[in-house]
Design a protein. Structure first.
Length: 152
């Protein structure tokens, strides 16, 4: 079981909101305080001393790479534009619910398919069945309202 440090304890990063998540991670006032949907992103890598779990505001248009950089997570990257593939990471949804629709960008489809990280069948499943592929580009993946494990 992990215990992420809330943004208000970490000081937050540029563009990240320092607000506490509600117990149900929903929106709405609690004691006159409004809460945003929050996702827990857990980063795991042999390059890190231990896994790191952080809150991210779901759907705020910051990429997974931006979340990693704001929390000093050593995810590889070069172009930050989805063309080089150096930021490919394995993403697993940590929920027993059906994963939300996954919009692969055209750049992700091309780069991840060319590098052998995903197959054409996985691309088709993502587009038609909303099944998440095992790999994404951290610079293209937008954190949704679901907890994820990111391995790199």
């Amino acid at each position: 079981m992990f215990s992420p440090r809330p943004l208000w304890e970490r000081g937050g990063g540029e563009g990240f909101h320092a607000t506490a998540p509600s117990p149900t991670r929903g929106e709405g006032p609690v004691n006159n305080i409004h809460f945003l949907h929050m996702a827990i992103v857990t980063f795991s890598s042999p390059r890190m001393k231990k896994d790191l779990s952080v809150y991210a505001v779901a759907g705020d248009t910051h990429s997974l790479l931006a979340v990693a950089k704001a929390n000093a997570v050593p995810v590889d990257f070069e172009c930050e534009n989805g063309e080089c593939g150096s930021c490919a990471v394995q993403v697993t949804v940590l929920s027993d619910k059906t994963p939300m629709g996954v919009a692969l960008t055209e750049k992700e489809k091309t780069v991840l398919r060319f590098s052998g990280k995903i197959t054409q069948e996985q691309i088709s499943d993502a587009e038609t069945k909303d099944l998440p592929p095992p790999y994404r580009l951290a610079c293209q993946f937008i954190v949704r309202n679901e907890d994820v494990l990111v391995k790199f």
